[in-house]
Structures are given as C-alpha cells and as structure tokens.
Design a protein around this ligand. Structure first.
Ligand code: ZN
Length: 321
C-alpha cells in the first residue's frame, strides 16, 4: 500500500510539474511576443530639405487608418523635431536624403543620400565623404520606370561605389495623392508602381545593394518573386507602418517573414515633413503581435546593420555591450 501511495504521489508530482512547465512556457512565449523593442534602431528612410516651402506646414491628409499629421513649419523646425525623435527612440543611424546639414551636426547618426544630381556630382560627393547611398530614386513620379535607359547609370554607379540604392515604388505619397495634390503627385500612376520594373537592373548589376522603399506594398507576390530570385534585394517598410491599417501591415509583413525573408526587412519611416510619423511607425512594428522580440530586433536594427556593413565595434557600441 505504501509503495502504491508512493507511486501515486510520484505520478501526481510528475503531472503537476509538467503542467507548471507548460504554463511557464506559455507565459514566457506570450511575454516574448508582447515585449516592446527598446534597443537601437536604424531608420533607412528619412528626408531633409535645404529650402523652406514645399510641403512644410501641410497637414497630412487622413491615412487609411484615419490619422492626420501636422507638418513642421520650416527647415529648422523639421531638423530639430526629427533629431529629437531620433534621441527619443534610440535611432542610432539614419539614411537621410539631402542630409548634408544634418550630418554636420550629427555625423555619427546621419548617412547622406542623394539621387537627383548628375552622376558626376554624385561621384564627387562620394569621394568627399558626402554620399553613403543613392536614394530616394523616384522617377516614378514622372512616369519613368526603373528599367528606363536613363536610370541604368545610377544603378551602375551604386554598384561601382558599393553603396546602397533605394528605389521608390508604391505606396509613396498619401493615399489618393493623385487627386489631393495634383500639382505635386499628378503624374503618379498605379500601373507604374510594380516592383518587377527593378529586375533589369538586378540582372545587369548583380552586385547591387538594392532596397525597395515602402516595401513594395501592395505587390506582395511580386516582391516575394524578386526576393526569391535575387538575394541582394531588401525592403524598407516605411509608410506602410503608419499609413496602412495595423491588420494590413501585419498581413504584409507576416507574408514576407513566412516566405523566409525576415532577414531582409528593414525599418524605415519616410517622415517627409511629419516627424510624428516616426513614433507611429515604430509603434506599429511593436504592435505587430506575431513578432518575437528577436524578429523585431532584426527589423529595427540587425538587418540594416548587415546591409549597410556596419563594423562590429559600431554594432557593439550601439547595443551597449
Ligand atoms: Zn521617401
């Protein structure tokens, strides 16, 4: 009888410990998914300007999630507000189109990008340390595609200089931008927005470091096809992370990760003149409830660190170890 009781006790203990183990597992998994990322961030998609005017002071029209954003009033306010967002969110590195002046004040953080200058000017800037990426290439707004002969020399130069090139396709510009801002976005056409237009450059310049800006949404199948065919294609998730409803953002991101491309997705904002979208974009990634902390770390930092070729010592410094 004693030995029977002992056996029974052992079984009860075993069952209890199994239950506890599985409970512990559930708890730790849940917290892993819900934990907000608090490490360093690389933003692959920021804009600076040298002149007032343009979109300064404009309120961003309601996004597909119903938010509006107040535009900075001028160059100075824009710079101040954006750099303050960098500090608030631990953004340790950012590719800033036209970011020369910002780089002077924040040389550790700001990488300078240009795309609209003559090729000789770009080459010269690179030679003097004033060009770390060719971005944002956006012939799209004028109805010119990536495979147009006029664009090829830019890809060729990026490959030669071994610097990244960021190419604009959908969904840049506010939703309904063609109609809301015809003077600025009237030349935009959805039939010019497909990511497959990049394939010619990828074949001709196989060592190109190319990232599709705004993730190529909503052409998910074509983005997957390009990423499957060409290992050097990365995406930034700018705009999708503050203009799309959370669920649609989740679907898109999950689809890329499920397809095996989780190590080529990089965080970006495309803040234009609305610095508050930086907080919104980061929050959206943190709110994607299927992401583990380590997947968030890939998106927010690790993938871009690899893409940009940051040194081990710089990565250690950013991560504080
Ligand atoms: Zn942009």
């Amino acid at each position: 009888m004693k030995s029977q009781i002992k056996t029974l006790l052992a079984i009860v203990l075993l069952i209890t410990s199994c239950n506890n183990e599985s409970k512990d597992k559930v708890v730790s998994t849940e917290s892993e998914y819900s934990e907000k990322y608090s490490g360093p961030i690389i933003d692959m998609h920021i804009h600076a300007y040298t002149q007032n005017g343009g979109q300064f002071g404009l309120t961003h029209p309601p996004t597909l999630r119903g938010e509006t954003y107040q535009g900075a009033k001028n160059v100075d306010e824009h710079q101040k507000a954006t750099i303050s967002k960098f500090r608030e969110h631990n953004i340790v590195k950012a590719i800033v189109t036209n970011g020369d002046a910002w780089h002077e004040e924040n040389p550790d953080i700001v990488l300078i990008a240009h795309s609209e200058e003559e090729l000789a000017t770009l080459r010269e800037k690179h030679g003097s340390g004033k060009l770390q990426a060719i971005a944002e290439m956006s012939p799209f707004y004028a109805g010119i595609l990536a495979d147009d002969p006029s664009q090829m020399p830019y890809f060729e130069l990026a490959e030669e200089l071994e610097i990244p090139v960021g190419f604009h396709i959908f969904p840049g510009g506010p939703n309904y931008g063609i109609h809301l801002m015809p003077e600025m976005l009237g030349g935009m056409r959805t039939y010019n927005a497909n990511p497959l237009q990049l394939e010619k450059a990828l074949v001709e310049y196989p060592n190109l470091k190319l990232y599709i800006m705004h993730g190529g949404w909503p052409y998910i199948e074509d983005v997957k096809a390009l990423m499957y065919a060409h290992p050097n294609v990365y995406v930034d998730i700018a705009v999708t992370n503050w203009i799309l409803p959370q669920e649609e953002f989740n679907n898109y991101l999950k689809s890329l990760i499920d397809a095996g491309f989780g190590n080529r997705i990089m965080y970006g904002t495309d803040q234009m003149v609305w610095p508050d979208v930086i907080s919104a974009g980061i929050e959206t990634v943190n709110n994607a409830d299927f992401l583990t902390w380590s997947q968030k770390e890939d998106i927010f930092y690790d993938n871009a660190a690899e893409f940009l070729g940051l040194s081990e010592s710089e990565i250690k410094k950013h991560k504080g170890n």
